[in-house]
Design a protein around this ligand. Sequence first.
Ligand code: ADP
Ligand code: MG
Length: 273
Amino acid sequence: MLDVRGLKKVYEGPGRRVEAVRDLTFTVAAGELVCLVGPSGCGKTTLLKCVGGLLEPTAGEVFLAGRRVAGPPPGMAFVFQEYGRSLFPWMRVGANVELPLRQKGLGRARRGELVADALASVGLADAAGAYPWQLSGGMQQRVAIARALAYEPEVLLMDEPFAAVDAQTRADLEDLVRALWRERGITVLFVTHDIDEAVYLGQRVIVLSASPTVVQEQLRVDLPDGRDQVHTRVAPRFAELRTRVYEQIQAAKRSAAGAPLKEPRRADAPPPH
Ligand code: ADP
Ligand code: MG
């Protein structure tokens, strides 16, 4: 469904050059839930924006169902980290969720159905008439998820969507994402810096190195599909998988930190220890 090939992104400005993503290649199958995990600043948001057609890659390509992505493709929806800024404060919740459907050119009745269905799916059937700022952070993020669902995407891109909510809400929202994914058969690419979250949610975890970013490792999460916060997180296999991901990220950091040592040493420099 998603095919990312040799993706590279360099931000260039006056006197400034940041190589955010060096070379990323991976695929996501139709209906798969894949988590991308990597340290802050490693280029996760950059990568997702390139995948979503919001940013032009410097090199490499992204294909959605065999078609090259150049600009936001119709079958994709995005849930951003900053829900506070992703909803329009002057529009009621229902209108926020409906907005992309208007752009899709759907009739009024169908839009109404999709909005009601999406809000019910995230447990906010009664919130359509509220303004976003009247809701808690977790509820606002549910609205953002509902807006993405109402759009009926084939692929859902999520960028650290729960980083700013409290732990209990976060656990609930994680379970919501898994439930929606299982019910609706959407392909999900979920980005997080949280190792436990990646292992808990994903069928597969792609570990990214520190910037400049490459794929460090890919790991199949062989935990049962029916996961729950209480039992899954204390399962021995969960602990093994999270340790494995943690070690990979540490290894990536060490190789990044160790890189300057490869430069020739000055004759008067102290010996390496
Ligand atoms: P992450 O989401 O993993 O925290 P980002 O993709 O946001 O990482 O950023 C990766 C790197 O690219 C960082 O060094 C960041 O400062 C830089 N960066 C991100 N956006 C821009 C931009 N618009 N212009 C210049 N540099 C940017
Ligand atoms: Mg980010």
